[in-house]
Design a protein around this ligand. Sequence first.
Ligand SMILES: Nc1ncnc2c1ncn2[C@@H]1O[C@H](COP(=O)(O)OP(=O)(O)O)[C@@H](O)[C@H]1O
Ligand SMILES: [Mg+2]
Length: 307
Amino acid sequence: MDKEPMSSTEPAVNNARSEATKVEDPAGPLRAARPAQKVSTQPPGAAKRRASRCQINLQAMAERGFLVPNEGRSQLAREMRRIKRPLLLDVQRMELAERAERSAPPNIIMLTSALPGEGKTYTSTNLAVSIAAELDRSVVLVDADVAKRDLTRQFGLLDFPGFADTLRPNGPHPDAVTLKTNIDRLEILPCGRQSDDIDELYASHLMDQTIKALAREDSSRIVLMDGPPILVTTEAAVLVQNVAQAVLVVEANKTPQDAINHALAPLLDHPCVRLILNKTTRGIGSGYGYGYGYGYTYGDGGDDRLV
Ligand SMILES: Nc1ncnc2c1ncn2[C@@H]1O[C@H](COP(=O)(O)OP(=O)(O)O)[C@@H](O)[C@H]1O
Ligand SMILES: [Mg+2]
């Protein structure tokens, strides 16, 4: 993937970046212009939809190998569809069950992995673009990996309030800090302020409230969380309790079996877990180096199936 700074081709982006962003974001953000930011400090429940927008630089996104809209026939688009469809089918199944049983909101999906660098941010970004192409769904892509904030960095939103801020008492409602984008039906909730007490924030009842507020604000909207890795953070195991579906991204030919086993341990009680094998070697004639392999689910009767 192209990690060159975008200063020559996208001067408007660099002009708009803050000093902090310049230091932390050598590759340049996938954001075209900085929107005006107005932050409400209303607690969850006093929801106010907002009008701020994050202008995504689709050309830069494509250049860096991400899926962009209207790329329906590319290999990456096909792979994302194969990953997306079973996830959305399970949301639908849980929606029906929720109506019957009044259980947790079904429209929350989190990507996690055993170790950093296995492809959570890359996959969740592509998956979000793919889900946004659904006509009767929308998606909010949440950066819940507070230690790395790569998703937030990728879109040039490091100095924006976000998810972590909503977990504080009297913090903003999550929809007050969620940004609309120029991709139809795709919103981004940046990571927000970093702090040392993030584990405690994640474990607090406000986490549960925040995620439910996001999910219930619009039940046709998928809350897609780019989560932290399980083996090097304490947050992931806590966070996973609050999501309807957990997806473990596994880097093909790299993640040791032991690491996968340890990562699965806190997920064993979870009702719906999937594995995605990432960075599998693509066949001859494919566009670039590696893509997605297969995954399988367990939970809900333990039915193994291809993703
Ligand atoms: N399927 C893929 N194809 C191409 N590049 C990938 C793929 N998966 C991950 N990458 C690249 O690998 C690196 C690590 O991926 P990333 O999504 O940041 O991992 P994580 O979020 O799990 O820490 C990034 O540079 C990302 O762009
Ligand atoms: Mg990441």
